[in-house]
Design a protein around this ligand. Structure first.
Ligand code: ADP
Ligand code: MG
Length: 304
C-alpha cells in the first residue's frame, strides 16, 4: 500500500522539535490553532479539510454551548488520523460535522472537494459508533447485507459482497449467528463490515472499541489495521480515549482540549508499519505515549 510520508500539519507553526527519532512535539503544547490555509498545500491532497469551524449548540436562554471553537485541520488521502481529548471536547461533534450529520455555526468543511452532505449522499462515508447498531432478529449476514438490501441490489450481488465483507472482518464462521450470540468484539466487527459495504473512501470511527475489554480492544486494533491495509487509499478519522490505541493505529494524532473544544497540537507518529509487537514495545512507542499523556493531561487541565 502507498503510505505517503505525511509532513506534520504543524510544521509551519514552529512546534516541531529537534528530536526527530521520537518525532514528538517538544515543550509545553502551545494552545494555538492551525490557521494554515489547507487547500494551498499541494504536497499531498487533503481529503478532509476543516477550516475555521465553530459549532455552537443553542441550549436555550444563555449563549449556548460552544462545542468547537475555530477548529482548522486536515486529513490527507489515505491517512489514519486519531483525535484524542477529554470527554466533552467536541470529538463526536467534529465527526458528525464531517459526515454532515450536523452543520457548522461558522467555517467550512470539504470532503474530497464536496460539502459533507453531498459527500454523504454519494456514500463516501462508512461510520462506526461505540455501540454497534445491529438488528437482533437478523443474522450476521442479514445485518451486513442490510445497506445493499435498502438499495435493492440483486440477491446474488448481495450474497457475494456479504461473503467478502464477513471474510474481511473474520466472521466467516459466524454468518448464521444472531447478534446476541456474538461477543462485543464480534458485534463491532459486524458494524465495521457493514460500514465498508460501499467501499467508502472515508471510514469515520467514534470510539469504536471503547466498550470492549483491553485484550479484545488490542486485537480489534490490529484487525482494523489489516482491514485498512486491505483497502488502500481509505482515509480514517478515528476517535479514541486511549493514547496507546491512538499511537498504535495512527499516522497522526490530534490532541484536543475542552470548553471550548480546540485543537491543542498534532503529533506525527513516525513508527514503522506494520505496527508489530516489536514496534509496540519499542522505546519510541513509549516516548510517544509519555509525551501524549502529558499533553492530554495539560489539555484536560487547561480549562478546569
Ligand atoms: P466528545 O465526543 O469529545 O465527548 P461531544 O462532541 O459529544 O464531545 O460534545 C461536545 C460538547 O457539545 C459537550 O459540551 C456537549 O454537551 C455538547 N453537545 C454535543 N451535542 C449536543 C447537542 N446535540 N445539543 C447540545 N449540546 C451538545
Ligand atoms: Mg464522543
Amino acid at each position: 500500500m502507498i503510505r505517503p510520508a505525511v509532513p506534520s500539519m504543524s510544521d509551519s507553526t514552529g512546534d516541531r522539535l529537534a528530536d526527530p527519532p521520537a518525532g514528538v512535539v517538544a515543550g509545553p503544547p502551545a494552545p494555538h490553532h492551525h490557521h494554515e490555509p489547507l487547500a494551498e498545500r499541494s504536497d499531498h491532497p487533503i481529503a478532509i479539510a476543516v477550516d475555521h469551524v465553530t459549532k455552537r449548540f443553542e441550549t436555550g436562554g444563555d449563549r449556548g454551548t460552544v462545542a468547537l471553537d475555530d477548529v482548522t485541520f486536515g486529513i490527507r488521502v489515505g491517512e489514519f488520523v486519531s483525535l484524542i481529548g477529554p470527554s466533552g471536547c467536541g470529538k463526536s461533534t467534529l465527526l458528525r460535522l464531517v459526515s454532515g450529520l450536523v452543520t457548522p455555526t461558522a467555517g467550512t468543511i470539504r470532503v474530497n472537494g464536496l460539502g459533507p452532505l453531498e459527500a454523504r449522499r454519494k456514500r463516501q462515508f462508512g461510520i462506526v459508533f461505540q455501540a454497534p447498531v445491529l438488528f437482533d432478529w437478523r443474522t450476521v449476514d442479514a445485518n451486513v447485507g442490510l445497506p445493499l438490501q435498502v438499495f435493492r441490489r440483486p440477491k446474488a450481488e448481495i450474497a457475494h459482497r456479504v461473503r467478502e465483507l464477513t471474510d474481511m472482518v473474520g466472521l466467516a464462521d459466524f454468518r448464521d449467528h444472531y447478534p446476541w450470540q456474538l461477543s462485543g468484539g464480534m458485534q463491532q466487527r459486524v458494524s465495521i463490515a457493514r460500514a465498508l459495504t460501499f467501499a467508502p473512501p472515508f471510514l469515520l470511527m467514534d470510539e469504536p472499541f471503547g466498550a470492549l475489554d483491553m485484550i479484545t480492544r488490542d486485537r480489534m486494533g490490529n484487525e482494523l489495521l489489516q482491514i485498512w491495509a486491505a483497502t488502500p487509499g481509505t482515509t480514517v478519522m478515528f476517535i479514541t480515549h486511549s493514547i496507546p490505541e491512538a499511537i498504535l493505529l495512527s499516522d497522526r494524532v490530534v490532541v484536543m482540549s475542552a470548553h471550548p473544544g480546540r485543537i491543542v497540537t498534532t503529533v506525527d507518529i513516525e513508527l514503522p508499519r506494520p505496527r508489530t509487537e516489536a514496534v509496540r514495545e519499542s522505546a519510541a512507542f513509549y516516548r510517544y505515549e509519555n509525551e501524549l499523556r502529558r499533553m492530554f493531561h495539560e489539555a484536560e487541565g487547561a480549562h478546569g
